[in-house]
Design a protein. Sequence first.
Length: 351
Amino acid sequence: MQTLKGPGIFLAQFLGENPPFDNLESICQWAQKIGFRGVQIPTWATSYFDLQLAAESKDYAQEIKGIVNSYGLEVTELSTHLQGQLVAVHPVYDDQFDGFAPEKYHKNPKARTEWAVEQVKYAAKASQHMGLDAVATFSGALLWHTVYPWPQRPTGLVETGFNELAKRWLPILNVYEDHGIDLCYEIHPGEDLHDGVSYERFLEKVNNHARACLLYDPSHFVLQAMDYLSYIDYYHERIKMFHVKDAEFNPTGKQGVYGGYSNWIDRAGRFRSLGDGQVDFKSIFSKLAAYDYKGWAVMEWECALKHPEDGAIEGAKFIADHIIHVTDKAFDDFASTGSDEAYNRKLIGLG
């Protein structure tokens, strides 16, 4: 077994215009000061990180890594969540998702998709240049508007949708194979890959591609009323990244999973700061340790109530306290009587 690495922090929710959140150097200094050991870098934040340049220049990629290392931190992974979302967008969401791409691609879905695909491919090469193992992303969605089967779905619709999704992602996955990097889909409502069944549909379509891996975030399963612990049992071999995020689900006689179009603070299911929700992290960290998860435990902070800086300070300690320093010996070794093949054979009546 191997002890999980951490605590790390996903920087996406903390980027801002004011110090210490306005540049990579100062945000790293802040993160290290409050107890983090790693940072997960969102690659769409061009003022912090030039993804294309990191893909094309190993010197630049190593420079970024050096900046992070100089503050006593490591780069845990790169994130392409927003670009991955744009690999597959149903037209009804075009206007809402245009903001994820540079303005020159707005109102031009074809060009926007081409840009997004190129971006996700860049992340494979950039990660190789930085000595990383995995990249985070979203799958995008062509079928999400049909997630509830009313009106009745036409026969073959789901098959057609996943065929197209696989057609878009398979060439990207092949690039990741070429560079030795795992591409980790965050299983998330709003994406076509939003639970285990949908992930398995996709996996079948991409021929069980070795690089089609998973980012495990239990908060999204709480909000779907799923068993997030048995999920680890099913998919631990594919789980290569871990977002430590809390959530709560408190259904009432008025609302449940769908939330009645309420905002986050009024929904039955909502994200919470670490330790304030319902996720059983002791069991999660135990399972990941038992399955020899080799990656980072990275805090993704989202909460409808608590201030983000308080959530970060508390979150660093929360993760550190939950990481299990795995044992290198059995607890009952003190009672060992020793063994050899002859003795073992005697004990089963063969000696």
